[in-house]
Design a protein around this ligand. Sequence first.
Ligand SMILES: [Ca+2]
Ligand SMILES: [Ca+2]
Ligand SMILES: [Ca+2]
Length: 374
Amino acid sequence: MKRMVWAGLVCGLAMTAAMQMAEATETMNERYRPKLFKQFGDHVNTPDGLTQDRHGNIYMSAPNFVDPSYPGAIMKMDKRTGKWSIFMTALVHPETGRGAPMGIEFAEDGTLYYCDNQYFNNKNYKSRIMRVVIDKKGEPQRIEPVVENIKLANAVRVRGNAIYFTDTFFDLEGKNLGGVYRVPFSAFSQCPVRLLPKAQWQQDPYCIGVTETTPLSHRKDAAAADGMCLDKEGNIYVGNFGDGHFYIMRVQRDGSYAKPETLIHDPKIFPSCDGICYYPHKNWVIITDSERNAVRYWDIKAGTLGLLWENGDTDGADGLLDQPCEPMVWGDKLIVVNFDMKFPGLLNTVNDNVHTVSVIDLGTGGCPFLNLFR
Ligand SMILES: [Ca+2]
Ligand SMILES: [Ca+2]
Ligand SMILES: [Ca+2]
C-alpha cells in the first residue's frame, strides 16, 4: 500500500514537472512561431539556399529536383517592393543537362557564388562552385565555374580573400566522410580549380577539415558535412546531415584551421543538421534540423543547444516548417527555406505542391542587412 502511494506521488510529481516543462517550451516557442513569408508556384518546387546583397535584397536558390521540368534558378526578392522575380536560371552542366543551385553567398565585391549540386544527377564528381559576375545595375552578366571535381557542393561562404564550401559525400569504402574546403580567389583567377579525387583528400591542399557520419538506423543516411558558417572571430561551424554531428573548426593565429572538434553529437536530441547561419547579436549559430522540422541554435558563449521551434509533418501552407534547409538572419527576422524533398526517416512524408519560405520574428536586435558575419 505504502509503495503504491509513493508510486502515485512520484508519478504525480513527474507529471507536474512534465506539464510545467511542456508549458515552458510552449511559451518559448510561441514567440518564435514561423509564419508564411512566401509561397511559390511549381517553378520553385525545391527551394534551398539563401543569401542577401548589400541592399538587403534576398536571393534564394531553387535546384528544382522534385519537378525537373523546371530549370534550376535563383530567385530574387526586392527589399523595397517585396516582389519576387527570377534573377537567373542556373548554368547547365554540359554532361548532365541540369543546373542545380544550392548554397549561395555574395562576396564583398558583389560577385555571387553558388554551389551547383550535380550529385542527385550524377555522383561522379560533376558538382561545381560557380561564380556569377554582376554588373553595376545588379544584373547577372555571366556564370562560370571556379571549382570543379566536387561530389555534392552544398553550402558556400565567402570570407576575406577565399571561398569556403562543404562537400557532403566522399563515397569512400568503410567511412562516411564529408569535407570543408577553402579555396583562395587567387587559385581560380585564370581557370577553375580542380579538387583531388576523394581517395587523395589528405593530399588536397584545399581540404581543411573532414567530418564523419554514423548513419542512424531509421534513416540510413550517410550524408556528412552540410551547413557551414563562420562567427565573427572567423571560427568555422559545420554539421552533418545524416546524424546531426556538429563541429567547430577553430581559426589559428596564422589563419589556418584546427581539425573539426565535436560540439554536439547526440542524435536523440539533434539528428540532422542542414543549413546553419551566424546570428551576431546573440552570438548564436542558428541551425535547421531537417529530420524534426526544427530550428535550433548553438549558443557559442554558453556552449549549449537551444530550440527555437519545431512542428510535426505539414505542407507548410500555414508557414510552419516543412523540412527546413537554409536559415538566414535578415534584419530582425529569421528567414527559413523549406526544402520539402523527403528522404527516408524524416518527419516530412510528402513532397507536396505547397512550396514555401517561413519567417520567424527574432524581436529587436537583429543585424544590419549587410551581414558580414554570415
Ligand atoms: Ca544544405
Ligand atoms: Ca510543402
Ligand atoms: Ca511536405
